[in-house]
Design a protein around this ligand. Structure first.
Ligand SMILES: Nc1ncnc2c1ncn2[C@@H]1O[C@H](COP(=O)(O)OP(=O)(O)O)[C@@H](O)[C@H]1O
Ligand SMILES: [Mg+2]
Length: 227
C-alpha cells in the first residue's frame, strides 16, 4: 500500500531540551499505528510535526508526496482542515455548543449548510453510540461520552488521517476500551489512517503496528521498517 504520510529525520528542540532527535516514521493509507514510549520521549512532538502543527527544526514531513514542512501556512492549514482529524486527551469540545453542534462544526467551517451538517453529525453520533447526548453541552456529559463525541467530530469531515494523542488517557479502562473500539472501527470503515499516541499496551492492541519513541527517535517494533 502507498505511503501516505512520511517523516524523515525530524529534529526539534525546545530551548536546550531535544524533543526529537532524528525521528523517522511512515504511515500507510488506512493503517492504524500506535506510537508508544515513556512520558517525555517525544511522542506528542512527533504527532504535532506529522500533523503540521509544529514546525521541526530540521527534517521533512510529506503527505501524499507534498512537503508539509515547505508549504505556506495557509496551504498547510487547508490541508489540515481537509485531510486530518484530531482527538486529544481531553476532548477539547467547544463548551458553549451542543454535542451535535460540536460534531457539525468542521462541516460548518467548510460552509456546509446547517441542516446538512447536522444531519451528518447526527449519523456520526449514532455510529459512536452517543445519540442521546446530541442536545447536551460537553459539560453535561461523561468523559467517555465526550471522547466519543470528539471522535465523531474528528471523523465527520472524512479525513484521511486521524491523529489521536492519549485519547483514552483520562478514562477508566471500560470507557477507554469502548472509545478505542469505536474509534478504530469507524476509522477502518472510512479507510482513514490513525496515528495513535498512547503509553497503554491495552490501547495499542487496537493498532496494526506499534512503534516506540525513545529519546526522540522511533523504533519499529515489528522490525519491518526503520528497524
Ligand atoms: N512546548 C514545549 N516547550 C518546552 N518543552 C517542551 C514542549 N513540548 C515538549 N517539550 C519537551 O520535549 C520533550 C518531549 O515532550 P513530548 O513530545 O510532549 O513527550 P511525550 O508526548 O512523549 O510525553 C520533553 O522533555 C518535554 O518536556
Ligand atoms: Mg504527550
Amino acid at each position: 500500500m502507498a505511503e501516505l504520510l512520511v517523516a524523515a529525520d525530524l529534529r526539534k528542540a525546545f530551548g536546550a531540551t531535544p524533543a526529537l532527535d532524528g525521528a523517522s516514521i511512515s504511515v500507510d493509507a488506512g493503517e492504524v499505528v500506535a506510537v508508544m514510549g515513556p512520558s517525555g520521549s517525544g511522542k506528542s512532538t512527533l504527532l504535532h510535526c506529522l500533523a503540521g502543527i509544529t514546525h521541526p527544526d530540521s527534517g521533512q514531513v510529506r503527505y501524499e508526496g507534498r512537503e508539509l514542512t515547505a508549504m505556506p501556512d495557509r496551504e498547510r492549514s487547508a490541508l489540515r482542515r481537509g485531510k486530518f482529524g484530531f482527538v486529544f486527551q481531553f476532548g477539547q469540545l467547544v463548551p458553549e455548543l451542543t454535542c451535535l453542534e460540536n460534531v457539525a462544526l468542521p462541516l460548518r467551517m467548510e460552509r456546509v449548510r446547517r441542516r446538512a451538517a447536522e444531519r451528518r453529525a447526527a449519523e456520526w453520533l449514532e455510529r459512536l453510540e452517543v445519540t442521546d447526548v446530541a442536545g447536551k453541552r460537553p459539560g453535561e456529559v461523561s468523559g467517555g461520552q465526550g471522547q466519543r463525541v470528539a471522535v465523531a467530530r474528528a471523523l465527520v469531515s472524512n479525513p484521511r488521517v486521524i491523529f489521536a494523542d492519549e485519547p483514552t488517557g483520562a478514562l477508566d479502562s471500560l470507557n477507554g476500551e469502548r472509545v478505542m473500539r469505536l474509534l478504530t472501527q469507524a476509522a477502518r470503515e472510512s479507510h482513514a489512517a490513525v496515528v495513535l499516541v498512547t503509553h497503554e499496551a491495552r490501547v495499542a492492541a487496537y493498532s496494526d503496528r506499534e512503534v516506540v519513541v525513545r529519546d526522540g527517535r522511533v523504533r519499529d517494533l515489528t522490525g519491518t521498517r526503520h528497524g
